[in-house]
Design a protein around this ligand. Structure first.
Ligand code: 13P
Length: 341
């Protein structure tokens, strides 16, 4: 492992006011989103949609890295240019999702553990050869009556650490994603407690597996009340709870934290990221940025609808979202940006 080259990739990924764009939905998840909009669930439709994203004019001003899926990293633009080359030519770092999904955890009804460690060393070497320079693995933690269990948090954190160590060995920067889900009626306080416990466990396991935390990007959830919770805190309260949780659980050696959106509306995701950066600006040891999928893509997907004629409008919508998030990274986003398009 060369820590120096890993840190160089991290530097590019966190540069300026940019963030990451996650387009690493598995075929099943991508098809699910397409099905809801009556878009054909074919390899060609998935390719065309990802081409729309990769070729959005101006995207490289706002996005430093894109996370791809195993199918996507092998796909090409219509003119034959591999997506990886198209991204690299734009100065965007290609990344790759390497877990194989969350599966039921034995002995723990209602809980899941993310799989994908078997054969991972070989797959990482192949992805590096294909041009990937960073990777992603997502652990999910369900909240509920008596959940999560310590066993579930531990199993997921251990797998994340084993993944991260293998990534660094293969010269890929690990994006360590631990998502406490928004589903349910739990309070913000409960999410705070579980997120803190999860992140502490994740960093304990990263240390145990000798992962260099200075060459890791953390991808956590924001600290939010569940969807169905009657009390929905203000943007400022969410920002304060999230940053305080991170202060207590994430070492200052970590260079950057890139949030997932988790099903929040695109506008709220931008507003909340903005509030964290504007309220804590000079007091943060890490860069706080975005690594959204739905909160960047969904409005554009709903315009595209699988139709070539809508590509340009969908791309403008996509660009608008990443520009809003870029402003949020600087702490300069305002809701007026949503009206002034
Ligand atoms: P969302 O922003 O839609 O939560 O997705 C981020 C991600 O990468 C999920 O693994």
């Amino acid at each position: 492992m060369s820590l120096k080259s890993l840190k160089e990739v991290v530097k590019v990924l966190l540069s300026g006011d940019k963030g990451l764009l996650a387009m690493d939905e598995s075929n099943a998840t991508c098809n699910e989103r397409f099905a809801k909009l009556d878009i054909p669930q074919t390899e060609e439709a998935r390719r065309a949609y990802r081409e729309l994203i990769v070729t959005t004019p101006g995207i490289s001003e706002c996005v430093s890295g894109m996370i791809l899926y195993d199918e996507t990293i092998r796909q090409k633009k219509k003119d034959g240019t591999p997506f990886v080359k198209a991204l690299t030519d734009l100065g965007i770092v290609p990344g790759i999702k390497v877990d194989t999904g969350a599966k039921d955890l034995a002995g723990h009804p209602g809980e899941r553990v993310t799989e994908g460690l078997d054969g991972l060393r070989g797959r990482l070497i192949s992805y590096f050869q294909l041009g990937a320079r960073f990777a992603k693995w997502r652990a999910v933690i369900d909240l509920g009556e008596g959940l999560p269990s310590l066993g579930c948090i531990e199993a997921n954190a251990h797998a994340l650490a084993r993944y991260a160590a293998l990534c660094q060995e293969a010269e890929l920067v690990p994006v360590v994603e631990a998502e406490v889900l928004m589903d349910g009626a739990h309070s913000l306080q409960r999410c705070l407690q579980v997120t803190e416990e999860t992140l502490r466990m994740v960093f304990n396991q990263l240390h145990a597996q000798r992962v260099a935390t200075e060459a890791v990007i953390l991808k956590p959830n924001m600290v939010l009340p569940g969807w169905a919770c009657p009390r929905q805190e203000s943007v400022e309260d969410v920002a304060d709870a999230t940053v305080n949780c991170l202060y207590r659980s994430v070492p200052a050696s970590v260079p950057g934290i890139a949030f997932l959106s988790g099903g929040q509306s695109p506008e709220l995701a931008s507003e909340r990221l903005n509030a964290m950066n504007s309220r804590f600006r000079s007091k943060l040891p890490w860069a706080l940025t975005f690594s959204f999928s739905r909160a960047i893509q969904q409005p554009a997907l709903e315009i595209w609808m699988g139709e070539e004629v809508h590509v340009v409008t969908a791309q403008k919508t996509l660009l608008h979202r990443v520009m809003c998030n870029r402003a949020a990274r600087r702490g300069e986003y305002t809701t007026a940006m949503e009206r002034s398009r």
